[in-house]
Design a protein around this ligand. Structure first.
Ligand code: BYC
Ligand code: FE
Ligand code: FE
Length: 470
């Protein structure tokens, strides 16, 4: 493994000190990044002390170092998981050959595209979440928000390192573009659609960290299989941070669901009368963010995805442990398509269905979380159950985007959709209501009334701990 240099301007374990040109290029980008962070990062809390963990080494346990930090002083570092000299490419047409330490010229374009797409999501999410601190339901939650934000900033650094180190001038241009696109901007939007949607209250924040960050988990895991070893190792280390983002989303939704169920019982079915969130509204938010997150896996039939796999650039989730055949030249995969106004099954060459293979792993993981939330509902003693809509519902990308489906996956007309949209999807009325009940709660240990407390604090601290010093 590269030695960890924590005293450098940019903490790293990639030997920046030995590469003056690269180091200068990144140090030149640093103030541009800081300018972006100050403009587009968490609004209103940049001078506050936050109880944050900072990655200081990649060894197990050593990378989570907790202390009070002002966000602009956070040490955004470049850390790759340890190098394995003997690592082999684990899938595709180059299966079994040594992993590449440099970029194969013929794959430069595809790798650049993958890295830029991955990179673009990181600052986008920070932009989407920038006003949430001022309506945080507790200091505990506020701290988690900022933890996620600084780590998404670090994920941008992880990708920008690859761009500068391996793509020369093109990489520098891409790195600048990454700071100039803006989530939701009409002229310069972020690349993927979920990252241009408003996320301006905490129900959306928890749905986002549950469903959208979870796409991050699956994409990063596929990229951590890559034959391009530096990208594989960068993504592998990012996954250790990602786990906390998913924890925030999954437990956050569980706490809202629990509180909503309690209030539903206490108020005889009208949780809004107690400033709570009705379970139907939670279902609409799940429908909204789950389907935008499904879009992030790309089209069901994709020659890009096929190429990424055959070229050894992007594997499947846990390629080695979960699959026997790592080449998949001749396999097929059944897919639901629309033909002559009906949904029919057809077999598609497996490599072309790679996006769908990954989406399926993702959906199974989402189902698992749902079962957990439904156990919470059962325990509190309400009959309502949350569920995932069909993967065909409300899609803007891929095969199903050209048709309209109901949440069960049946083809419907636009009129039918319009008539039911308000029951199916988070809408403007919902957002207005949620904004009206969300106010900042800053007394240590206290929670807003619409959410249950977490079962424990962060890093062994009490819930009453002052996670943010205001
Ligand atoms: N929105 O062949 P297709 C994360 C475009 S999240 C808009 O279907 P492909 C995070 C596509 O670019 C993880 N456009 O797609 C989470 C293409 O455009 P062009 C992010 C879309 O390439 C929370 C066209 O449609 N990482 O880390 O097979 C917080 C047809 O494309 C969308 C990655 O995505 C969309 N949803 O698959 C912070 C990994 N989907 O070229 C962070 C890298 C597709 O025709 N990316 N398009 O103009 C990839 O592997 C692939 O690019 C995708 C798309 C899986 C995204
Ligand atoms: Fe990330
Ligand atoms: Fe994340």
């Amino acid at each position: 493994m590269g030695k960890v240099d924590l005293n450098a301007k940019i903490p790293n374990n990639v030997g920046l000190a030995d590469d003056r040109r690269l180091c200068r290029a990144l140090e030149h980008w640093l103030p541009l990044y800081m300018e972006w962070w100050n403009d587009m990062g968490p609004a209103g809390f940049q001078t506050k002390d936050i109880y944050l963990r900072t990655a200081i080494s990649v060894e197990a346990g050593g990378w989570a170092n907790f202390d009070y930090v002002k966000m602009p002083d956070y040490r955004w570092g470049i850390f790759l998981s340890p190098l394995d000299q003997d690592r082999k490419i684990g899938f595709g047409d180059h299966f079994g050959k040594p992993a590449w330490q440099d970029i194969p010229g013929e794959y430069r374009g595809n790798l650049r595209r993958i890295i830029v797409t991955q990179a673009d999501t990181e600052p986008a999410s920070v932009e989407q979440q920038r006003f949430l601190g001022s309506i945080a339901p507790s200091l505990y939650d506020m701290r988690n928000l900022f933890q996620v934000n600084v780590e998404e900033g670090r994920h941008l650094w992880a990708m920008v390192y690859l761009l500068f180190r391996y793509f020369g001038r093109d990489g520098r241009d891409e790195a600048e573009e990454l700071l100039s696109r803006r989530s939701g901007d009409e002229d310069k939007p972020r690349i993927l659609n979920a990252f241009n949607q408003a996320c301006d209250h905490w129900l959306s924040f928890f749905c986002f960290t549950h469903f959208t960050d979870r796409d991050g988990k699956y994409q990063l895991a596929s990229l951590s299989e890559s034959g391009f070893d530096p990208m594989a190792r960068t993504c592998d280390f990012m996954l250790t941070e990602e786990a906390h983002h998913l924890f925030v989303g999954e437990t956050g939704l569980d706490r809202i669901i629990r509180r909503s169920a309690e209030l539903t019982k206490e108020t005889d079915g009208d949780p809004r009368s107690a400033g709570g969130i009705d379970l139907e509204l939670i279902q609409r938010a799940i429908n909204y963010w789950f389907t935008y997150s499904l879009d992030l896996f790309g089209s069901e039939i994709s020659s890009n995805a096929s190429n990424f796999f055959s070229e050894g650039l992007k594997g499947r989730f846990k390629e080695e442990q979960r699959y026997e055949d790592h080449i998949m030249k001749d396999g097929v995969k059944p897919l639901s398509l629309v033909k002559n106004g009906a949904v029919v099954q057809e077999e598609i060459p497996y490599r072309n269905a790679m996006n769908e293979v990954l989406r399926e792993e993702y959906i199974n993981d989402c189902e698992r979380a749902l079962r957990k939330w439904n156990r919470t509902l059962e325990k509190v003693g309400v009959d309502f159950r949350v569920k995932l809509p069909s993967r065909r519902f409300h899609r803007h990308q891929g095969l199903y985007a050209d048709y309209i489906f109901d949440p069960e996956g049946n083809l419907i007309t636009e009129e039918e959709f319009k008539a039911n949209e308000r029951n199916w999807l988070l809408g403007p009325d919902d957002n207005d209501y949620l904004s009206s009940i969300m106010h900042q709660v800053i007394e240590p240990g206290k929670m807003a009334n619409w959410i249950a407390p977490p079962s424990r604090g962060i890093n062994g601290q009490d819930l009453e701990f002052e996670y943010v010093r205001l």
